[in-house]
Design a protein around this ligand. Structure first.
Ligand code: ATP
Length: 893
């Protein structure tokens, strides 16, 4: 069969077609959409709606970038000069190590990037389509030409569309046109020669809907779209640079100068003492390779990557790596209420019409339950009937039943109204046929109401539902019990609304107005309304949230609720979840404040209600001026600036718009506040493990440096050769150091205060510990080296002892580093099996290095006796004990 869409796209001037002719061309009835079978067939022939990725930076350039780091260049230079001096084995090993190190770095980075990119892709892009006469949510990749796609503010347009219908639809087409001003859209045909940028009846894949709503006919998908033709998708490598890696780079540069200076000094002192230039050069090389912490950059990346993976398991997808570090420093979490702190599962509980309250029974979205008045089934007539009818008509949601389960598409607030209407026997399909919709004003968080106009009884009716503060002032009378009209009693309405809100209910006003003609709707028409009634719906708090908020408070993290809902409702929910606020500040109050006053209020208040999304940006800034590190949640298109400004922008994976997800540093796959708390905990764990690694690794480098300098100053032969130093650094970094990245989160980590962002990586106590261990390493290895020589052992044997002292002390000290404050056993001795595996393997390697003839030849080592081992182990245990005592003293001190 011929595919109607096949010859299409490229040559067809879709903008020149009328809506009907475009639909005809694509063989689809625009009111029903494609059938499932036809969509599946088209998917087969067109392929998924995805852009083919073009490779990013070539692999060799990424590998070269690993070699271009200052510390590595020093090593390469040292290796080259060593080769020129004829020391080919040493040179080979130095360069080999450089290569292996670069390979590990490259591989780790590629893995981390791949994992980050895969996680970013794992956040699905749902789109709402009309298929088989039903609205349905599908993944954007499954769209085919001929599909009818619904658009709403915040969507990223999933394919090229010929617009069929629109209401205030504006898109940001800058991806294609470079012009970032929002473009207003319409649906009328345009001359065939209209330039692509001016085809206002088209919506282009990749553009963003900044305002309004609409629906469009898919005319091209995947690579056939304009974006696909022009750009393709360049595989963007996620940013692996974080504040910490930047700090590390600065530290490396500093180290480079220090090592350079020290090496020069050693060289000069040695020469002055009459040593040969060759020996002194080799000593300088030993110093350089010893003092450079080769494993550090890879360890930082690995630890961060492990953190990202752990967070993903706890439903928080990191989009920007720096967020992993910042999370641990978060001092304030600003959270939306609906859907994040609460379930966003709305159920209408009460209706208030003509001065009477009605109770609605039933749970969830199943339309099972009834409406009662004074415990008796209520007659669905007059104001009550009209309230339910208006709620069902001024509504874009839909309900469907699948395997005994009631599912909704669209806004849960609206779905709850459909369910309530059905409980009274009013089916929305019938109502929509009886009162066809003529026009609409979509709900948006700024407007806080939605209005629709319908043809009825030869005239037109406007139905509107929305926030009390917005609509009550526009009401002039109210519907009476018998359907007639009564004078309005605003005080009674407010009292009723307040009573429901105090129970934590979201309260909507439902109102109507008879329209004179068939003129289009605008905000001015939403005036001189007749109040029909109030609707109160519950949205229970999420279960895990109460515990999560408690943990945040214990961890010194304030939780602030920022909601569009009414102040009384917000306060009631805040109390239910453990936010102990005495009052809620409203968006209107915020608007009247200058920046300084806002900073005060933002600091001291925990519940903000009726906040417009634009105000969130001011709130974030105000908190930041007080030195707070702010995590802010958001889902709508207007939340994007605040998400970008926050230290951690958090978007909702399920209910969030694409624009919000793109602006965020982290996306929650379950929209649950508890996942933010989990991510903060993981962030603290990651930072802890990084500090542990650094505290563990630096003494080795400093110790090695000290040994070389001491040997030169003392005028003895080097106790360890450059080759042996490289061996120690590389094997221990991988086998002993990396397992630290897998350390489980320390107990009690959420009872510590947040880490200040400007706090140095190592505090004074840790610097002291690093110096102490460096000196212990110097004393142990140099002491035993001299003792071996004094006892008449060979140089090779004495060096073997010195090398083993380093490795064994490092292994013992590793256990000290499992916790920076507590005893190592507090974490559970076997809670990190990697540590034991790494230590075991390391010991095996040391045996090989000491006893295997080939290793003896390569590394100039020699077998040593039991007595030497006893001394080595004794030194290692003593060092560990001293560090243990120092830890205890610095804890009490
Ligand atoms: P948040 O997610 O920030 O906690 P929210 O979802 O409670 O906020 P909004 O969606 O901005 O807040 O809604 C604000 C107010 O607008 C609600 O309190 C309600 O009165 C009204 N409202 C919400 N949804 C609709 C809707 N679909 N139609 C009409 N009015 C609505």
């Amino acid at each position: 069969m011929q595919d109607p869409a096949a010859p299409a796209s490229r040559q067809t001037a879709w903008h020149a077609h009328s809506v009907e002719s475009a639909s005809r061309h694509l063989d689809v009835d625009s009111s029903d959409g494609l059938s499932d079978a036809e969509a599946a067939r088209r998917l087969d022939s067109h392929g998924p709606n995805r852009l083919t990725e073009r490779p990013g930076k070539p692999a060799w350039r990424r590998f070269a970038a690993q070699l271009a780091q200052p510390l590595v260049i020093v090593l390469i230079a040292a290796g080259a000069v060593t080769a020129m001096l004829g020391e080919m084995v040493e040179a080979g090993v130095i360069l080999g190590v450089v290569l292996v190190n670069a390979l590990i770095g490259y591989w780790q980075e590629a893995k981390a990037e791949g994992a980050l990119a895969a996680l970013a892709r794992s956040v699905a892009t749902p789109v709402t389509v009309r298929r088989g006469s039903h609205r349905r949510q599908i993944d954007a990749s499954r769209l085919v030409p001929g599909d009818i796609v619904m658009l709403a503010a915040g969507d990223r347009i999933p394919a090229d569309l010929r617009l069929l219908h629109q209401r205030e639809l504006h898109t940001d087409d800058s991806l294609l046109t470079g012009e970032s001003q929002a473009v207003g859209k319409h649906t009328d045909p345009l001359p065939a020669d209209t330039a692509p940028a001016d085809r206002a009846n088209m919506a282009w894949a990749g553009s963003k809907v900044v305002m309004g709503q609409g629906c469009g006919l898919v005319v091209a998908t995947g690579d056939a779209t304009e974006t696909g033709r022009i750009a393709g998708l360049i595989a963007a490598a996620p940013e692996l640079i974080t504040p910490l890696t930047r700090k590390m780079a600065r530290f490396s540069n500093w180290l480079l100068w220090a090592i350079g200076g020290l090496a020069g000094l050693t060289f000069a002192v040695g020469l002055a003492r009459g040593e040969t230039a060759f020996d002194m050069f080799m000593a300088a090389v030993a110093l350089a390779v010893g003092a450079i912490p080769e494993g550090l950059p890879a360890a930082v990346t690995v630890t961060l990557a492990i953190g990202v993976a752990r967070m993903a398991k706890r439903k928080a997808i990191i989009r920007h790596l720096p967020a992993v570090e910042t999370l641990g420093s978060t001092t304030v979490i600003c959270s939306d209420k609906t859907g994040t702190l609460t379930e966003n599962a709305m159920t209408v509980r009460v209706l208030w019409c003509a001065g009477e309250g009605y109770a609605v029974s039933g749970q969830g979205y199943a339309p099972e339950g009834d409406i009662r008045h004074d415990e008796m089934p209520a007659a669905v007539a007059g104001a009550l009937r009209e309230c339910l009818l208006a709620g069902a008509l001024c509504n874009d949601a839909s309900l469907c039943q699948e395997h005994d389960c009631w599912l909704i598409t669209g806004d849960p607030t609206e779905a709850a109204l459909l369910v309530a209407a059905r409980k009274a026997g009013l089916d929305e399909h019938t109502l929509r046929a009886l009162y066809p919709r003529r026009d609409e004003l979509p709900f948006d968080a700024g407007r806080q109401y939605m209005a629709t106009s319908h043809a009825a009884d030869g005239g037109h009716i406007l139905y509107v539902k929305g926030a009390l503060e917005k609509l009550l002032p526009r009401c002039i009378d109210q519907t009476a019990d018998d359907g007639g009209s009564w004078p309005l009693d605003p005080v009674a309405v407010e009292l009723a609304a307040r009573a429901y809100a105090e129970q934590g209910m979201r309260v909507l006003i439902v109102a109507r107005r008879d329209l004179a003609g068939d003129a289009g709707l605008d905000d001015a028409a939403v005036d001189r309304l007749t109040l029909i009634g109030l609707v109160g719906m519950i949205d229970p708090p999420r279960k895990a949230v109460i515990g999560a908020i408690h943990n945040c408070h214990a961890a010194g993290v304030r939780v602030k609720m920022i909601t569009g809902d009414h102040a009384v409702t917000a306060l009631a929910i805040a109390h239910q979840i453990g936010i102990d606020a005495s009052r809620a500040v409203t968006g209107r109050e915020l608007a009247a404040l200058d920046d300084a006053a806002l900073a005060d209020i933002a600091h001291t208040t925990d519940v903000f209600a009726r906040v417009e999304p634009e105000q969130k940006l001011r709130l974030v800034r105000a908190l930041q001026t007080r030195g707070e590190v702010v995590a802010m949640t958001g889902d709508g298109v207007n939340d994007a600036p605040a998400l970008k400004q926050a230290d951690i922008g958090v978007a909702m994976g399920l209910a969030g718009t694409e624009v919000a997800k793109e602006a965020a540093a982290m996306v929650l796959t379950d929209d649950n506040f508890a996942s933010i708390e989990a991510a903060v905990e993981e962030g603290r764990g990651v930072w802890d493990n990084l500090v542990k690694f650094i505290t563990w690794t630096l003494p080795t480098n400093f110790g090695e440096g000290l040994v070389i300098v001491a040997a030169i100053l003392a005028g003895t032969t080097l106790p360890i050769t450059p080759l042996q130093i490289l061996w120690i650094n590389m094997t221990t970094a991988v086998l002993l150091g990396l397992p630290l990245a897998f350390e489980p989160i320390e107990r009690g980590i959420m009872r510590r205060p947040p880490r200040r962002l400007d706090q140095p990586v190592l505090d004074a106590a840790l610097v002291r510990r690093i110096v102490l261990v460096s000196i212990l390493l110097l004393a142990g290895s140099f002491g035993l080296f001299l003792r071996e020589l004094a006892q008449g052992h060979t140089l090779a044997e004495a060096r073997t002892v010195a090398v083993n002292v380093f490795v064994m002390v490092e292994a013992a000290y590793l256990f000290n580093c499992r916790s920076l404050r507590q005893g190592f056993w507090k974490q559970g001795l076997f809670s990190n099996p990697w540590l034991w595996a790494g230590t075991g393997f390391m010991l095996g390697l040391q045996m090989a290095m000491t006893y295997l003839p080939v290793m003896n030849r390569l590394f100039q080592t020699a077998p040593i006796g039991v007595e030497e081992w006893e001394e080595i182990v004794a030194v290692a245990l003593l060092c560990s004990l001293i560090v243990g005592v120092e830890k205890r003293l610095s804890r009490t001190g």
